[in-house]
Design a protein around this ligand. Structure first.
Ligand code: CU
Length: 117
């Protein structure tokens, strides 16, 4: 009997810990996108699209450097990094010092911009 009570107490503690860790991680996240994102991740983790906001610091022929804000779906802090741009139409939307809302996906070792707002 005593053993069972200990197990229940432990599982309650674990559940509480998980819940508070999640709400902390989700702070500032757009909650209405969550169900979709979860489904995408389950279906095809590799091809899932991530949303980010940042300022373009450099534009090259087929890549762009963006100082982006934290990307929680990637577990990334804010940083400046290069993204590949395969779609030429997206290049027209990217200019130095421009603030952009963009989406990207991981392809092998590259991060490829898939849309720019
Ligand atoms: Cu980054």
């Amino acid at each position: 009997m005593k053993r069972k009570v200990v197990i229940i107490a432990l599982s309650v503690l674990t559940a509480a810990g998980t819940a508070s860790a999640q709400s902390g991680a989700m702070k500032g996240m757009d909650m209405k996108d969550m169900p979709m994102k979860g489904m995408d991740t389950k279906k095809d983790a590799k091809g899932s699209v991530h949303k980010a906001t940042g300022v373009v610091t450099k534009v090259d022929k087929d890549k762009v450097t963006i100082k982006h804000e934290p990307v929680l779906s990637m577990n990334w802090p804010s940083m400046t990094m290069a993204f590949k741009v395969k779609d030429k139409a997206l290049m027209d939307k990217l200019a130095k010092d421009k603030k952009v809302d963009f989406e990207f996906k991981q392809e092998g070792r590259d991060y490829v911009v898939t849309s720019v707002k």
